[in-house]
Design a protein around this ligand. Structure first.
Ligand SMILES: [Fe+2]
Ligand SMILES: [Fe+2]
Length: 270
């Protein structure tokens, strides 16, 4: 069995600032890193951490430097795709030389883990909040799927295709998600889609493709499905997502809370 951890929507801001005036995203990221490092022996072998977009809040070099400095404490390698709050230019200048980062163009990449493949897709449209793969992303996906044949694929995006019922978020979903799903439907091996952006856990089965949205270590998008509801953040408990693959069960997903919780205690104790 091989595993990776998904860390999404870290929204790092400048030193001393709170995201949206309320969310200490740096403290949340540090807590997430500590959680990963201390829980690693219990979680089994983990290959690395995938950051599914919105690494920073404003996409400045200062924010990426702060993010990179904090991630130096992580006991695992990490890789990333951009979200709508990111900017490719500053990402490239700060993360230059990272083995997952293409030298130019959109940040699409593929990585092999034992008996499965991770296909990470850039859905950022700079200047817009919605997501789109566009011709470059779809061409990359076509080539990657054809290369991997029948091997299982985890396809990661920042923007999801599935709806959450939170109107303001759903409006900014992956606008060409139908084109993505048609390709995943046609993949001859097992496939799963995983996304960020909504900062909370959600799951849907769309056709034959399980689609999952993962939580953030910091604030959540408040769950309010009333028509016209104002889009708000709430300081729900943060979480990480452990994705594992085995030949017997395919992909499994487990949520890991960020921070220290009381316990563990043996069930046999009274
Ligand atoms: Fe986000
Ligand atoms: Fe986002």
């Amino acid at each position: 069995m091989t595993s990776i951890i998904i860390l999404s929507d870290t929204h790092i801001v400048a030193e001393g600032a709170l995201a949206y005036g309320h969310s200490d995203t740096a403290a949340a990221l540090m807590s997430a890193i500590t959680t990963i490092n201390t829980r690693l022996p219990e979680l089994g072998p983990v290959e690395g951490v995938l950051v599914t977009g919105d690494l920073t809040d404003f996409g400045t070099e200062e924010e990426y430097r702060r993010f990179a400095t904090m991630m130096q404490r992580l006991a695992l390698p990490w890789w990333a795709i951009p979200g709508n709050h990111d900017r490719r230019g500053p990402m490239r200048s700060v993360f230059a030389g990272a083995d997952w980062l293409p030298a130019s163009g959109e940040v699409n990449w593929q990585r092999s883990f034992g008996d499965w493949e991770l296909i990470a897709l850039d859905t950022l449209r700079e200047g817009a909040h919605h997501g789109e793969l566009g011709d470059e992303g779809l061409a990359f996906l076509d080539a990657a799927l054809s290369r991997i044949g029948t091997r299982p694929a985890l396809v990661a995006t920042h923007h999801p295709w599935m709806a959450s019922g939170i109107a303001a978020m759903d409006a900014d979903n992956l606008h060409d998600g139908a084109a993505l799903m048609a390709r995943l439907e046609a993949h001859p091996g097992p496939v799963r889609m995983i996304s960020g952006h909504v900062h909370r856990t959600a799951f849907a089965q769309i056709g034959r493709v399980p689609c999952q949205i993962v939580p953030a270590p910091c604030h959540a998008v408040h769950l309010d499905r009333r028509p016209g509801a104002e889009n708000c953040l709430a300081l729900e408990p943060g979480a990480l997502t452990l994705i594992s693959h085995s030949s017997e069960q395919g992909f499994t997903s487990m949520q890991v809370p960020v921070g220290h919780v009381p316990g563990p205690w043996p069930f046999g104790e009274v």
